[in-house]
Ligand binder design. Structure first.
Ligand code: PRX
Length: 664
């Protein structure tokens, strides 16, 4: 999820200047293109010729209980897709595959962090979902209610989501790393009736209790919760799990004995499927709403074509957490709608060893891997000996999501994980967009490392200048100029905020909050959130570009760049840098890096200060917390750090920042 930073705004009147040039290109590998689901421009042509007709075609790939009568009703900024249609998401993800004879196909290979495994077929998943749906009914959940879900990455998490979808209740998944306060706030905002959780999960070999957080959340409010349904994941490793009489029930007592059949509700296309909270510019997170028909249409379409899914042979692994939108769309709904076989992994990158991921890929013969650049850069830091110790030849497509991928990380991923034969699809999208918007198609697109390439068929992305005028070359603001099926339908309980946040900056266009540039060949390059764009002496310089230049240096593993207030130049560039193991940290090295950036981009981009650190502060989802780094750089008080992976990093950074004189 994004630590969406203040989008209060970049100064008007300037354009983003970009200096970094990346000119390597990678056409689709021949073998892959020959067997790809699409290897030409026909999908683009169809969408260009008839945008609504194109999306209607994609929607017809789903099973509808009642056909839709209209494709799009657009009353800016409110869209209705596939009006009059009725469908059920869990039916589309499960029953229809079982009815088509695919019941024995594996839906999930679950790998627990301690090494326990479960193989779940589509028939078994359908049964589990029906039982859980009946259990929710027995706890008083009805169509139109909200259910909060706060769980580790175990199979009961997708089961719980699909059970909600089956009976027409909207889920609100709260990432398991959030605090009790954050959980309470989200439950209260959505007025959830039931909370589904677990006694805990495993992280780096340790049991992490969750239920205690639930109790803390519920003791201070969240009065709408009538029942808590608790999965026993830790068992004896969490002996003290307290259960409140009359409120809390165990999953195995409540779900296992239910009938294995539960008729799916016929939902309206625009009925609420889920709410997912994401950080905004105020302290109050935004409950992003996604609905049924359009969302499922676009996640199924994008999952199929962006990853070139051959569902009968591919083993697909999206290594995100289901608690974020990537997990919703590309661990649960997209892959299941396409009858794909996925790996579901509970744990961290490095437990018990730094080769855990590569051992999973080898064991399950994973053919498609989808993960975040931050993971890739961590692996770079650890060295190539870990992946090379495993057979990764099953891989054929690699994906990247969540932040700009710098060319060096891209090339490392391509070379050391993909064996120089797997296209890297850099996918740009957001919690709000619901599905991938800008991305290569592996059998069609010639790749440029660091570029998300082009808008997908049916998507109108435009880069605009300060005045909102579309530009076809150069830097500006990324906008979406036509509605799309999986677009957010609003912010739960706050229509005005929806309009204000996304639709007020540029008339008639959705403002994504990201900077982007279009190069001479029309490729899109994402430059990070616009507030991550610095203004140094009146020049706009992208943090991402400076980071790319730093990581391009052979000694740098990871870098985060922020603009700190500066009395003379407006902002000055501060770089937090993690070196690869074994490299000496000294002032001379700092100078070498500053020079390197100046050479790569231009003197304007030379960081004023380089702060060496062993680790960067990240949210649990792996995003670098730039706002916090800015605060460190500017010596301000730090706000809430509960989403930090390791709070001690902050202290260390603060000390180092205080000890660093910087350049005068
Ligand atoms: O800044 C963009 C960045 O992540 C933001 C969306 O974050 P979130 O809603 O948490 O969703 C993350 C997973 C889809 C965007 O505004 N972002 C996401 N993907 C990319 C990216 N930035 C550059 N390149 C990407 N591929």
């Amino acid at each position: 999820m994004a630590e969406h930073e203040d989008t209060t705004d970049p100064k008007r009147g300037a354009t983003i200047e970009d200096y970094f040039e990346e000119d390597r290109t990678f056409p689709p590998p021949e073998g892959l293109a020959a067997a790809a689901l699409t290897a030409d421009r026909s999908l683009f042509d169809r969408a260009d010729a008839d945008f609504e007709g194109f999306w209607a075609d994609q929607a017809r790939e789903l099973a509808w209980f009642e056909r839709f009568e209209t494709v799009l009703e657009w009353d800016l900024p409110f869209a209705k897709w596939f009006g009059g249609g009725r469908l059920n998401v869990s039916y589309n993800c499960l029953d229809r595959h079982v009815e088509a004879g695919l019941g024995d196909r594996v839906a999930y290979y679950f790998e627990g962090e301690p090494g326990d495994t479960r193989t779940i077929t589509y028939s078994e998943l359908l049964e589990e979902v029906c039982k859980a749906a009946n259990a929710l009914h027995s706890l008083g959940v009805e169509r139109g209610d909200r259910v909060a879900i706060y769980m580790p990455m175990i199979p009961e998490l997708p089961v719980a989501m699909l059970a909600c979808a089956r009976i027409g209740a909207a889920h609100s998944v709260v990432f398991g790393g959030f605090s009790a306060d954050a959980l309470r706030g989200r439950i209260e905002d959505a007025e959830a009736k039931v909370l589904i959780t677990a006694d805990g999960g495993w992280r780096r070999g340790q049991p992490v209790a969750l239920k205690a957080n639930v109790d803390a959340a519920l003791s201070g409010g969240a009065a709408s919760i009538e029942h808590v349904l608790v999965v026993r994941r830790l068992g004896d490793a969490a002996p003290d799990t307290a259960m409140t009489d009359g409120r809390d029930v165990w999953w195995h007592d409540t779900v296992d004995g239910q009938p294995a059949h539960c008729p799916p509700e016929a939902m309206e296309s625009e009925d609420l499927l889920f709410i997912l909270y994401t950080s905004g510019t105020t302290a109050q997170p935004k409950g992003i709403m996604h609905t049924t028909g359009g969302y499922l249409t676009q996640v199924a379409f994008t999952h199929k074509y962006v990853f070139d899914i051959h569902a009968d042979t591919d083993i697909y692994w999206c290594a995100a957490d289901v608690g974020w939108v990537t997990g919703h769309s590309y661990i649960v709904y997209g892959p299941l709608a396409n009858a794909a076989t996925s790996v579901l992994y509970e744990g961290t990158l490095d437990h018990p060893g730094r080769d855990r991921w590569w051992s999973i890929i080898e064991a399950y013969k994973v053919s498609i891997l989808y993960c975040a650049p931050t993971a890739i850069r961590t692996f770079m830091k650890w060295g190539t000996e870990h992946p090379t110790a495993h057979d990764l030849t099953s891989l054929r497509v690699l994906g990247s999501v969540g932040e700009p991928i710098n060319p060096e990380a891209w090339i490392w991923y391509w070379t050391h994980i993909g064996g120089s034969r797997c296209p890297v699809v850099d996918t740009w999208w957001q919690t709000e967009t619901g599905a991938i918007m800008i991305s290569p198609l592996p059998g069609v697109t010639t790749l440029k490392p660091g570029s998300a390439t082009f808008p997908l068929p049916g998507i109108s992305a435009e880069v605009v200048d300060d005045a909102g005028v579309s530009i076809d070359r150069g830097g500006g603001y990324l906008t979406l100029s036509r509605p799309w099926p999986s677009m957010l339908r609003g912010i739960y309980g706050d229509t005005e905020r929806y309009r204000e946040t996304y639709w007020s900056r540029f008339e008639g266009k959705y403002f994504a909050g990201d900077g982007a540039k279009i190069d001479d060949e029309g490729y899109f390059w994402l430059l990070g959130r616009v507030d991550d764009v610095m203004n140094v002496s009146g020049h706009r310089v992208s943090t991402t570009e400076v980071e790319s230049a730093l990581v391009d240096h052979p000694t740098v593993a990871e870098a985060a760049v922020v603009g700190a207030l500066d009395a003379t130049t407006g902002q000055s560039i501060i770089a937090f840098v993690t070196l690869i193991s074994g490299v000496e940290v000294d002032a001379e090295h700092g100078e070498a890096l500053r020079k390197h950036v100046a050479t790569k981009i231009g003197p304007i981009a030379r960081p004023k200060t380089i702060i060496f650190t062993d680790d960067l502060p990240k949210t649990r989802s792996g995003k670098i917390m730039r706002r916090l780094l800015r605060d460190v750089a500017e010596g301000r008080d730090l706000g809430d750090t509960t989403t930090l992976a390791d709070a001690s990093v902050v202290e260390e950074l603060r000390n180092r920042a205080a000890a660093q004189p910087g350049e005068e």
